[in-house]
Design a protein. Structure first.
Lengths: 254, 251
């Protein structure tokens, strides 16, 4: 009940902020070229969906983001499992990965363009490369930090290697991996937008940049609002998955 | 021994790249590492590399200072005033997932190309980690220290400056370190996407001019700068906070 009250108060604050924004824009304290009124942004959204192809751009961005993220997640977990479970691999490969990690993912964009041109494959490669790091490092850590007693259990039960991975290692590393997946999703949305801006691929990144070139501030804000909405929905979706996947863990262990 | 093992993998990769690139003949998209290194030295000698590095770092640091400063202020306020935090929670939850690069078009229309555009985007990106982590750091201050402040009848400002800030400082520095990494990444990203200056732009132009050696030299240099920045900040953290900093880094 108390929490609901605060939630409503928070909602009121959001409404007040939007009203304040509306006032500032209506009084033209900031030039309308930069700052449209909320009403104009709403009209731009409606118009974009009904008359223009804003819906297709939304789908484009979401599919770029999810495609690259899925590829990165699968490859990241697999590689992380290999590197994390072997001491030799950790000693030889992990330092190189630590060195590569701070490399801005966007820095590979020129390289990817040189290799693939301004194509959807280029975007997929860049997004996957960028969002693999959090997953890869988290999976490596997760698989390396498996409780030794669990490994003994695995031996005693005579599990095969594959069974050991699926029944013992993967659940044990799951919290780390899920945290990595969440970070990776954030990165993949950012890179999807950047790739769409540069390569002119169908998506919200291209939409907002074209709107900026035409000085259509309402269209820019509409696109940015949709990008924020993608972020909110993606995060909420992962939270649900996380809560379900980790339900077996005792609350105190979390 | 450990360092030697760490070096084996990259050395093997570089040798393979050298052999592969040489076997493939002249190319518009890849170059052998030896040629990349020679091109790197040329760019270093004629000053273009250093000028681009300076442009990128100026934007990154200015944006970091603005964004981290604002994030810290808001984070401290939200951390110490529970009511304010609850009221703004929803608004922040709705704003935070907006990717920083999505702000590029807005800043582009308002500010045009140049330093200010890049600084604005970097500031937006650095604002969030500082806000979230400094808020958490203030909440994590030992309650008994707060009781001491109450017992000493410190004013809220004194309490913040003398008790809360020093106690939360190691964790806030970790946030600052993370934000510094973010600032470089975002600066380079803005340069690659739209802004015609700095390392990211030079790498893009070199690629478009079909000079793969120069492009890869810039990309590798961006990596070196990012790595050096990270190492410096970790050293500073250990220096400044000793054991306290190390504990936080391990978490």
């Amino acid at each position: 009940m108390r929490a609901l009250g605060w939630r409503l108060a928070g909602l009121a604050v959001v409404a007040a902020l939007i009203a304040l924004w509306g006032e500032i824009a209506a009084l033209k304290l900031v030039s309308p070229v930069f700052l449209p009124t909320p009403a104009r942004v709403w009209t731009a959204l409606e118009h974009g969906f009904s008359q223009s192809d804003l819906g297709a751009k939304l789908v484009g961005t979401v599919s770029h983001m999810l495609g690259g993220w899925a590829a990165a997640s699968i490859a990241g977990v697999a590689l992380g499992a290999l590197i994390g479970s072997s001491k030799a691999a950790r000693e030889y490969i992990a330092p190189t990965l630590e060195f590569l990690r701070p490399l801005p993912a966007s820095a590979v964009i020129p390289v990817a363009i040189a290799l693939f041109g301004l194509t959807p494959q280029m975007a997929l490669g860049v997004i996957a490369f960028g969002s693999i790091w959090p997953v890869l490092l988290a999976a490596t850590r997760g698989f390396a930090a498996i409780e030794p007693r669990l490994v003994e259990v695995e031996r005693v039960l005579g599990l095969t290697c594959w069974q050991g991975v699926v029944k013992i290692s993967l659940p044990s590393a799951a919290p780390d991996i899920l945290a990595g997946l969440r970070l990776g999703l954030t990165v993949s949305l950012i890179l999807a937008v950047v790739c769409e801006m540069i390569a002119g691929l169908d998506g919200l990144g291209q939409w907002v940049l074209l709107a900026a070139r035409a000085y259509k501030s309402a269209d820019i804000f509409a696109g940015v609002a949709l990008l924020g909405a993608i972020g909110v929905v993606a995060n909420a979706g992962l939270s649900v998955v996380e809560a379900r996947a980790l339900r077996w863990r005792a609350p105190s262990a979390r | 021994m450990k360092a030697a093992k760490a070096l084996v993998f990259p050395v093997v990769l570089i040798i393979l790249a050298e052999i592969g690139a040489r076997a493939g003949g002249p190319s518009d998209s890849v170059a052998p590492p030896s040629e990349i290194f020679a091109t790197f030295l040329d760019a270093l000698r004629d000053g273009s590399l250093l000028a681009a590095t300076r442009d990128t770092l100026i934007s990154a640091f200015a944006g970091l200072l603005v964004g981290a400063g604002l994030g810290l202020a808001v984070g401290l306020a939200l951390g110490s005033i529970r009511t304010l935090d609850r009221l703004l929670e929803l608004a922040l939850e709705l704003l935070r997932p907006v990717p920083s690069v999505a702000v590029i078009p807005i800043a582009l229309v308002a500010l045009g190309f140049g330093y200010s555009l890049e600084i604005a985007i970097v500031a937006v990106a650095c604002f969030w980690p500082l806000l979230i982590l400094s808020r958490a750091a203030v909440r994590g201050v030992e309650p008994r220290l707060i009781e001491v402040a109450r017992a000493l009848r410190l004013s809220p400002l004194q309490e913040t400056l003398k008790i809360v800030a020093p106690a939360a400082l190691p964790r806030i520095f970790v946030a600052f370190r993370l934000a510094a990494g973010v600032s470089l990444v975002v600066a380079v990203t803005v340069e690659i996407a739209v802004n015609p200056q700095g390392l990211g732009y030079e790498a893009m132009t070199a690629g478009q001019a079909l000079r793969p050696a120069l492009m890869l030299a810039y990309v590798a240099w961006i990596g070196v700068v990012g790595y050096a920045l990270n190492v410096l900040l970790i050293l500073a953290q250990h220096r400044l906070f000793g054991q306290a900093g190390r504990v936080e880094a391990a978490r």
